[in-house]
Each structure stands twice: as C-alpha cells, then as structure tokens.
Design a protein around this ligand. Structure first.
Ligand SMILES: NC(=O)c1ccc[n+]([C@@H]2O[C@H](COP(=O)([O-])OP(=O)(O)OC[C@H]3O[C@@H](n4cnc5c(N)ncnc54)[C@H](OP(=O)(O)O)[C@@H]3O)[C@@H](O)[C@H]2O)c1
Length: 267
C-alpha cells in the first residue's frame, strides 16, 4: 500500500463525523493535516489531539465552503503558507430531508454549493497542482444514495450521483498524471448527518448503521490500494450492486420505502 508519510492531507468537514475520522486515519499514517470546517473550536481540539497522538503538524482553517469564494480562498491561503496538498479529502457535505416541494430553496441551494460546486472547484484547483508534481490522492465522499433516485432526498441523492459520476470520469483523466481518485459511497453512518438533515432514523437505517471510524478506514485503504470506488460494509455493497440490476422506477420505490417511517425532526 502507498506510504503517505510526510505528505500534507487536506480534510474538509473535519469538525464532525467522518471528517474527524478521515483526519485521524491519515494522521495515523504520518500525514500532516489541514483541517477545514466552520466550527473552529472543534478543529483546534482535533488538531491538538492529532499532534499529541501522532506527532504530525496540523493547520486549521475555519471557512464556510458553501460561500462561492471559499474554495479559491482555501487554495490561495495554503499556497501562501507554503503547504503543498498531496491528499485531498472532499468530505464536507450535508443532506436535506423532506418532500421536494416543502424544502426551503435557500437551504437546498447551499447544499448544492457545498456538495457539488465546492467539490468540483477544490478538485480542479488541487488536482492541477498535484498533476504538476506528478503525484496526488483525492478521496471524494459520495453516498450509497448515488446509486438510486431517492424520494425525500431527491436533490441530495442527485448531488451525490454527480459526485460519483464526475469522480469516476476524472479518475481516468488524471491517472496519467500520477493522481489517484477514489470515491467512497457510505451507507448510513453514525455522525451528525441525520440531525443536520432533519430526519429521525428509520428502522432500515438503524439496522444498517455503520460506525464512522470503520467507514473512514475502509475508504482510505481503498484510496491507497488504487481503487476508484468503494462501498463500505457488506450489506451496503450488496445493496448498491443489486440496485444496478433494477429499473430506475423500482430503485426509487425501494429507496422511498427505506426512507419512510422515521419522520422528520430531531434524531
Ligand atoms: N453519515 C451518513 O449517513 C452519510 C452517508 C453517506 C454520505 N455521507 C457524507 O459524508 C460526508 C460527511 O458527513 P458526516 O456524515 O460526517 O456528517 P456530519 O457529522 O454532519 O459532518 C459534516 C461536516 O461537514 C462540515 N460542513 C457542513 N457545512 C459546511 C460548510 N458550509 N462549510 C464547511 N464545512 C461544512 C461540518 O462542519 P461545520 O458544521 O463545522 O462547518 C462537518 O464537519 C458528507 O459529504 C455526507 O454527505 C454521510
């Protein structure tokens, strides 16, 4: 497996959930890490933990990546600080649960800014630097929702389908430049995701729920083994595979059933 010791990793959404565990996983492999999210105090606590546990350097940047100027600001600040990012983890993201006609457009627009536009811009900016250096690793965080149209998460699941399709395509384009792209498609994972999305977990979600450290470990291993995608967890992998064999109308019906029964509100 690839040795990343001493290579700077940038983890977006590192104040909670999977981002914390991606940062721990990479720091444990000897990467100095840049931690980005809006909640600065949490980032600073994690930075202190990683420095103490793994002896790696850290760099904290509090940014709202749904702001259309933020990806450029992030790239320029790191360049000014002399940090060359070799490992990019595009993890920051959120979902909005509910009937499409009832979801507030402004919230949905912010979600698309973060889950789609920021991912593409950060990838373009940092992949360009990596291609010049002929080395780089990019981990994109999609979702198992990328494999099927999902009523009540219509826009979120479509955004994650975009991330998966986009990333599979650039994995081919960037390979000759020595830049590896891998997309992780987690199933439901115990993080703040459902609370932020405004959904109480359904029975299906409770049964399928994975722990965040296991998902992060599986994703980083897949990246370092040169895989282009991974669905952590046997049940999730089977579900994603079986979805590919079904007509899209049936996929949507099954996804709707899996999302029903929990209701909206605090988890
Ligand atoms: N948990 C699941 O079931 C699941 C399943 C499939 C895919 N995913 C994906 O996994 C990724 C991580 O989510 P999670 O499950 O770890 O959820 P989480 O615990 O809610 O973490 C989301 C992270 O994204 C950051 N973030 C949100 N809005 C941001 C903004 N505008 N600017 C910068 N950072 C922002 C949050 O930090 P701040 O609030 O401090 O900014 C937080 O660090 C997301 O892309 C999500 O779509 C999650």
């Amino acid at each position: 497996m690839t040795d990343l010791r001493g290579r700077w990793a940038l983890v977006t959404g590192a104040s909670s959930g999977l981002g914390v565990d991606f940062a721990r996983e990479l720091a444990g492999r000897g990467c100095p890490v840049v931690l980005v999210a809006r909640r600065e105090e949490r980032l600073r606590q994690l930075a202190a933990e990683l420095e103490a546990a793994h002896g790696v350097a850290t760099h904290v940047l509090a940014l709202d990546l749904a702001d259309r100027h933020a990806p450029r600001t992030l790239h320029e600040r790191l360049r000014a600080d002399g940090i060359a990012v070799d490992v990019l983890v595009n993890n920051a993201g959120f979902g909005v649960f509910g009937p499409f006609l009832e979801i507030d457009w402004e919230r949905e627009r912010q979600m698309l800014e973060l889950d789609v536009l920021a991912v593409v811009e950060l990838t373009k900016r940092f992949a360009t630097d990596m291609a010049e250096r002929r080395a780089g690793w990019i981990l994109q965080v999609a979702s198992i929702g990328a494999f099927q149209p999902t009523p009540t998460y219509a826009t979120y699941a479509a955004a994650k389908s975009f991330v998966l399709s986009f990333s599979d395509a650039i994995a081919h384009e960037l390979r000759p430049y020595g830049v590896h792209v891998c997309t992780v498609c987690p199933g439901v994972t115990a993080t703040e995701f459902l609370t932020v999305a405004g959904q109480r977990p359904t029975l299906y979600q409770r049964l399928m729920m994975m722990q965040s450290p296991a998902v992060a470990r599986s994703a980083v291993r897949a990246l370092l083994r040169g895989r282009t995608s991974v669905v952590p967890g046997v049940g999730n992998a089977l579900s994603a595979f079986s979805m590919r064999l079904m007509p899209r109308g049936i996929q949507a019906t099954i996804a709707k059933a899996a999302m029903s029964g929990g209701g909206s509100g605090p988890t």
